[in-house]
Design a protein around this ligand. Structure first.
Ligand code: IMP
Ligand code: MG
Length: 176
């Protein structure tokens, strides 16, 4: 075990959850034009696991977004990397590692709707409901967690820990 980390969800628990979510998604998206849309970089491990468990003919793409720093409280985000094909008429399932305030995805959902997506839903491995600042409809939710800073399975602190196959709480002594 790495110093300063306390395991919250083991690799096995994560993989079981992926399987459970993939089953639901497979059932719900039968006959639809499914586009998995991963949000870089955090969603990459979850996305890679999930797409291989969904038993459908799907497509996938990525976006990279960043929240504006500083004075703004509008929750506006900047698109750093956009999708490579039109999303007109697509049934989009946004894949995210963790939802905190909800600002990023709330903004992104609006952008995608305005571009003519047929439907937009969200799947996230983790969510911190206490921290939500905006009402956001999350259709598929792996685990709801308390307000701790977590790393692993795509999630980072200062770009570290993303490659861990489990999710761990990062001890405050590591960043305070
Ligand atoms: P939101 O717009 O506040 O919902 O931002 C969500 C994003 O913040 C996630 O996609 C992560 O990149 C990051 N984030 C939020 N909480 C954590 C955490 O506990 N560990 C690592 N990244 C986090
Ligand atoms: Mg993220």
């Amino acid at each position: 075990m790495k110093e300063g980390l306390t395991v919250l969800y083991s690799e096995k628990e994560l993989q079981d959850k992926v399987e459970e979510l993939a089953k639901e998604i497979t059932k719900d998206y039968e006959g639809k034009d499914l586009l998995l849309l991963g949000i870089l970089k955090g969603a990459v491990p979850f996305m890679a696991d999930l797409m291989r468990k969904i038993d459908l003919d799907l497509k996938y793409d990525f976006m990279d977004v960043s929240s504006y720093q500083g004075s703004t409280s509008t929750g506006e985000v900047r698109i750093l990397k956009d999708v490579s094909e039109s999303i007109d008429g697509k049934d989009i399932l946004i894949v995210e590692d963790i939802i905190d305030t909800g600002n990023t995805l709330s903004y992104l959902k609006n952008v995608l709707f305005n571009r003519g997506a047929n439907s937009i839903e969200i799947v996230t491995m983790l969510s911190k409901p206490e921290r939500r600042k905006i009402d956001l409809d999350v259709k598929y939710n792996g685990f709801e967690i308390e307000d701790n800073f977590v790393v692993g399975y795509g999630m980072d602190y200062d770009e570290k820990y993303r490659g861990l196959p489990y999710i761990a709480i990062l001890d405050e002594s590591m960043y305070k």
